[in-house]
Write a protein that binds this ligand. Structure first.
Ligand code: CMC
Length: 422
């Protein structure tokens, strides 16, 4: 059977056969038959915007792979820095490549003093750390003017290294400012996650020693969040990147998308929801309320996963390792009860609503001492690797500027009326 479809324009009787390639049909083919007739697809529900070789996701089967490697294997055996290299370069590094990459990233962890002293210190005392991060990432473009040379391979590699390396420094700086604590410089003798924890929590001790179990748990969370194909923030990165903006400006746009509660803010909403539920006895009534239309079950449901999010399974296991060190988050029992009730309720089952990555990640972050405002920031640190991998892939493809069409439904032409006659 031919791997194709045939469309017929019933106005003219003309038909066109369009091949199905890699699971898609080229819209440009349709346009040959239907010039001026646009696909109406709000939220890109049925649109593939690019070809990509970075992340494979099968939402029905609950499968997630980076460059072909199952997320479960990466979470068990790899590190965030190695995964970042994999996403950006397509292959896992050998020992020499990894040593070079780690050294490069480590050498770029410091931020320009003016970013901290003049820029970050200029925020209002109660600024949200994610708002600070969005702005600080954009501001970096003014410090690295070579970032505009996006087709120079050396410049591109330099900006990628800088962004991966500086995100934890900016993130921790935003937190320290928002709680009135002095900035902590990177300690380049530490690994990626431990260095971030040091910049977050160091007080007067000469050297901050993160608990290895907590540093590893954070690194696993970074691996799980590193990429997720064409999600909202990655799409923002690609759209801005398609205009050939520098990577800092494009990354700032991606961060801004991640700031939204439907995306990077969902784990914060989960904690607020669990806190509001308060105790186990209130869970059934809360679920009934959601079914009756009173809000959503935060951390449940996903645009593409129609089964258990594979990242949520790994996070649930990681939570036990974290709680062994920090003590159990008291909200965990409410979360488990909520999941148990929802997964046996026809409302959620029939809509294929399962826990997503955010359902348990917030519990871990909270147990580790991160304030709620830092949750989207913690998401942005590792997702930077994914954003940059997609940005690089986009530039290496013969891509056009992102410029969708619209279906105009406004008023027809009319005459301007002077204000005194309106
Ligand atoms: N609780 C209750 N009902 C829900 C939920 C939920 N969390 N999610 C979807 N539904 C219902 C929705 O009301 C609709 O029902 P009906 O067909 O009767 O109108 C049906 O399920 C389909 O929902 P939808 O809004 O069309 O689905 P979507 O693909 O547009 O939205 C979503 C996906 C993630 C925004 C949504 O599931 C949601 O709001 N979840 C809660 C917030 C959340 O956890 N977000 C994190 C997403 S994962 C992190 C990331 O990738 O950034």
């Amino acid at each position: 059977m031919a791997e194709s479809i045939t469309i017929t324009d019933n106005r003219t009787g003309e038909s066109l056969e369009v091949p199905i390639l890699n699971g898609g049909v080229a819209a440009s083919e349709w346009s040959k038959l239907l010039p001026g007739v646009w696909f109406y697809d709000p939220g890109f529900m049925s649109t593939a915007v690019c070809e990509s070789a970075i992340t494979y996701l099968d939402g029905e089967a609950g499968v997630l792979r980076y460059r072909g490697y199952p997320i479960e294997q990466l979470a068990e055996h790899s590190t965030y820095l190695e995964v970042a290299y994999l996403l950006l370069n397509g292959e896992l590094p050998d020992t020499a490549q990894f040593d070079d990459w780690r050294r490069e990233v480590t050498m770029h962890t410091f931020i320009h003093e003016n970013v901290r002293k003049r820029f970050l210190d200029g925020f209002h005392y109660d600024a949200h750390p994610m708002g600070m991060l969005v702005s600080a990432v954009a501001a970096l473009s003014t410090f690295y003017l070579d970032a505009k040379d996006i087709f120079d391979p050396l410049s591109r590699a330099k900006q990628i290294t800088r962004l991966i390396a500086k995100m934890p420094t900016l993130a921790a700086a935003a937190h320290r400012f928002s709680v009135g604590m002095p900035f902590v410089y990177p300690d380049n003798s530490l690994d990626f996650a431990s260095n971030f924890l040091s910049m977050m929590w160091k007080v007067a001790e000469p050297r901050f020693e993160a608990d290895p179990a907590l540093a590893r748990a954070l690194d696993i969370l970074f691996i799980l969040h590193a990429d997720h194909e064409q999600n909202c923030s990655t799409t923002a990165m690609r759209v801005v990147g398609s205009a050939h903006a520098d990577p800092y400006s494009a990354c700032a746009a991606a961060c801004a998308a991640l700031y939204g509660p439907r995306h990077g803010g969902a784990n914060e909403a989960v904690i607020r929801m669990l806190t509001e539920i308060g105790n186990l006895d209130n869970v059934p009534a809360f679920v009934e309320g959601v079914k009756a239309g009173n809000g959503r079950l935060q951390g449940f449901g996903h645009r593409v996963y129609k089964s258990y999010d594979p990242r949520a399974k790994i996070i649930k296991r990681t939570a036990d390792q974290v709680f062994a060190v920090t003590g159990k988050n008291p909200l965990l029992d409410i979360a488990l009860k909520l999941e148990e009730i929802a997964l046996s309720d026809d409302y959620f089952v029939s809509r294929k609503l399962y826990p997503n990555v955010d359902f348990y990640s917030g519990l871990i972050y909270q147990a580790m001492g991160f304030p709620l405002e830092m949750f989207p920031v913690l998401f942005a640190i590792p997702r930077t690797a994914g954003w940059l991998a997609h940005w690089q892939e986009l530039l290496d493809q013969d891509s056009r500027i992102a410029r969708p069409r619209q279906l105009y439904v406004g008023t027809d032409e009319r005459e301007y009326v002077p204000v005194e006659r309106r």
